[in-house]
Each structure stands twice: as C-alpha cells, then as structure tokens.
Design a protein around this ligand. Structure first.
Ligand SMILES: *[C@@H]1O[C@H](CO)[C@@H](O)[C@H](O)[C@H]1NC(C)=O
Ligand SMILES: *[C@@H]1O[C@H](CO)[C@@H](O)[C@H](O)[C@H]1NC(C)=O
Ligand SMILES: *[C@@H]1O[C@H](CO)[C@@H](O)[C@H](O)[C@H]1NC(C)=O
Ligand SMILES: *[C@@H]1O[C@H](CO)[C@@H](O)[C@H](O)[C@H]1NC(C)=O
Ligand SMILES: *[C@@H]1O[C@H](CO)[C@@H](O)[C@H](O)[C@H]1NC(C)=O
Length: 335
C-alpha cells in the first residue's frame, strides 16, 4: 500500500494546454468494438487449433463490420488465445505466442500473400493482414509476443535476456486498410500475468489513420495508470485511444463500462474499448465513448459475442463536453 501511496502524483492541468496544437483534419468515422467470447482450450488443443478457430471468428466479425461501413475494428485482450493462457507457465505458454515481423511505420510490411500456404507459426499475422486487406478496414488485435534471445545478453531494445531464453510480452498490433502492419504496443501494467514481462521502457505507441485520427494504444490494467495514456495525452495531445481488455468487473466502481466511460469523459477524448466476454468470470462490457459519454456500448451477460458499432465525430455535444475542467487529478504513477 505504501508503495502505491508513495507513487501518487498530484497533477494539475489547465484548459490552455492544447491551444498550440495544430487543428485536426479529422473526419467522422465509424468504429466497431467486439464484445468477444473466445473459443478453444489451451489445455486440450494445439496452438494452431486454438489460434485458427478464433481467427476464423475474427474474420466473420471483420466481414460483418465492413458491411456496416466500419473504418476501424478493435478486438479484446487474449481474444485469439483465450484468457486461460495466462494461467500457464512461461514455457507452457510459449507455443501459443507469436514472433512478430519487424514493425517499421516508415516501411510497413505486407504479410498477406494470397498464393502461399501459410506455416502454422505465421497464421496470426498472415491471416489478419489478409482480413484487413480484403475488407479495407483498420484491425487492432492483442496477442502474446515472443522475442527469442540468448540468456543474459543485454540488448538496447529489450534489456537483459531472461534465463529461459525469451522475452514475452502482451502486445497489441494494428493493420491498416491495405493489410500492412502499422504499429505494435507492449502492455505496460501486467495484472497477474507471470507468462509476460513489461518492456524496459514504456511503449508510447501512436498510429495514424486516413480519417485523420492519431490513436494511442493501451491494454486493460494500463487504464488505471499514468503510463502510457496520460503521457501521450500531456506530451503529444493524443486523446483518442484503442483499448483491448480482458476486464473483470468489480463493484461498486470498477465495472468495465464505468471505467471506460469515466476515463474518457475525464480525458475529453475517445475510447474504443473491446472486452473479453466471460460472464461467469464477471467479464462483460465493451463500448465506444467520446467526451460526452457512451455513444454505443454493451454490458449484458447474455450478449455473447457481438459487434458494437458507432459513428465517432461530427457530434456537437461531444465538442462542447471537451471543455470539461479537470483541474486536479490523482493518478497512480508506479509500475
Ligand atoms: C478549472 O478549475 C480550477 C479550480 O477550480 C480553476 O481555478 C480554473 O480557473 C478552471 N479553469 C477553467 C479553464 O475553467
Ligand atoms: C525503417 O524503414 C526505413 C525505410 O526503409 C529505414 O530507413 C529505417 O532504417 C527503418 N528503421 C528500422 C528501425 O528498421
Ligand atoms: C497470386 O498469383 C497471381 C497469378 O500468378 C498474381 O497475379 C497475384 O498478384 C498473386 N497474389 C499475391 C497476393 O501475390
Ligand atoms: C544493459 O545495457 C544498457 C545500455 O544499453 C545499460 O544501461 C544497462 O545498465 C545494462 N544492464 C545490465 C543489467 O547490464
Ligand atoms: C449500436 O451497435 C449496434 C450493433 O451492435 C447497432 O445495431 C446500433 O445501431 C448501434 N447504435 C448506435 C446508436 O450506433
């Protein structure tokens, strides 16, 4: 508790902070977030089987979203592997993790190759790249990442290689409308996930879109902390975020949609929040929010997997709400 209290930061922000930023050329866009109930079992099925069936589900949802004119779709944390992955040891989880292609926004990679047979270890990136390309839609997903290394070796990007010979991260990735790999974000604040580690430096990743919005990225427990979102907000004026999560609702103040809406109203921004659907574990609640609150959301134990769709922008009420004055904010700043 002391550690938390010591880390509490009093933050004062003033309405004039962003007057110097360039005015945005953003246009209204249509977003979809997926309330998603994954299938498969990491205990009884092969990685190819578990990843494969969830990727097929993702494809159907992406096709459905595209038919509704959606520009960007967000899937939840652990959606491709199921949350049970987090109960495995680092080594047992390893076959379910993916080696990421290099991410370079000035030279993005296209992984979709309609003519090649896809090796098992490449299905996640290849298929998602194809789904994004075939449907001309931005796709945001979360998946476990593995970076193989030699034990004890110190690298600038990742730090000292663990004794078991790999860095393992919970990572979100974004594909653009052409299927190019656009961005990667590694989760900063793990929540009881011994299979993963956090990056040595906070990953402050932003990706831009052809509808003029620059999105920041964060995952689940990150929303409770200053890093990375508040740093992006105060340093770069980023106020639109994608948010894959596997949130466990907690009464009275920490249900998923409360947290999502409250956070977005405080920030005066936009949040595209996709949650893992598992009512038996108190996991429900996804939505699309702007400064005036929820534009569309779901929070029902009976919903099963479903798309939540909304147009974002072009709403005067939201613009007005952006002048909300949050002069004193208390935030946790430890990691
Ligand atoms: C925000 O609130 C503080 C404290 O109540 C006040 O001093 C400040 O003038 C307000 N700022 C704006 C822009 O309303
Ligand atoms: C990214 O791609 C650009 C253009 O090809 C290249 O100049 C740059 O070195 C690459 N950056 C990294 C980190 O690989
Ligand atoms: C697949 O092969 C056809 C015919 O050779 C070619 O026109 C097409 O560009 C190829 N597609 C990809 C994605 O490489
Ligand atoms: C790893 O290398 C960085 C510089 O690249 C250095 O700052 C850091 O102290 C090194 N860590 C260890 C444990 O040697
Ligand atoms: C909310 O999303 C559902 C699809 O899940 C859609 O039928 C409905 O029209 C949306 N409502 C708004 C206000 O966008």
């Amino acid at each position: 508790m002391n550690r938390v209290l010591n880390g509490i930061l009093l933050l004062f922000c003033f309405g004039t902070l962003f007057t110097k930023l360039p005015t945005s050329f953003a246009r209204p866009y249509i977003a979809a977030v997926v309330e998603y109930s994954p299938t498969g079992s990491v205990f009884s099925q092969t990685p190819a089987k578990v990843l494969g069936q969830n990727l097929n589900n993702y494809n159907q949802l992406i096709v459905e979203a595209a038919s509704l004119g959606v520009d960007i779709i967000v899937f939840p944390e652990y959606g491709i592997t199921t949350l049970t992955l987090s109960s495995l040891s680092r080594l047992a989880a390893r076959p379910f993790l993916q080696q990421f292609p290099s991410i370079n926004s000035s030279a993005p990679q296209l992984l979709c190759d309609g003519n090649a047979t896809i090796p098992d270890q490449d299905i996640v990136f290849t298929k998602l790249s194809c789904y994004a390309r075939q449907n001309a839609i931005y796709v945001v997903i979360n998946v476990g990442e593995i970076v193989v290394c030699s034990a004890g070796q110190n690298t600038t990007e990742n730090g000292v290689c663990p004794d078991d010979g790999a860095f393992q991260y919970s990572s979100d990735v974004v594909f653009d409308r052409n299927g190019f790999l656009l961005a990667r974000y590694r989760k900063t604040h793990l929540f009881l996930e011994p299979l993963f580690q956090v990056p040595i430096a906070t990953d402050l990743t932003v990706f831009s879109t052809d509808f003029g919005i620059n999105f920041g990225m964060m995952t689940c427990f990150d929303i409770m902390f200053y890093e990375p979102a508040l740093t992006l907000y105060y340093q770069q004026g980023i106020k639109d975020f994608v948010f894959p999560t596997a949130w466990v609702d907690e009464l009275p103040f920490l249900t998923a949609i409360q947290m999502q809406e409250g956070w977005t109203r405080f920030l005066g921004g936009t949040l595209l929040a996709s949650n893992y659907h598992l009512p038996a574990n108190a996991q429900i609640g996804s939505g699309i929010y702007d400064a005036a609150g929820a534009i569309n959301y779901t929070s029902s134990p009976d919903s099963g997997t479903r798309l939540v769709v909304a147009q974002v922008g072009g709403n005067e009420k939201s613009t007005l709400a952006k002048s909300v004055n949050s002069s004193t904010v208390i935030y946790l700043k430890h990691r």
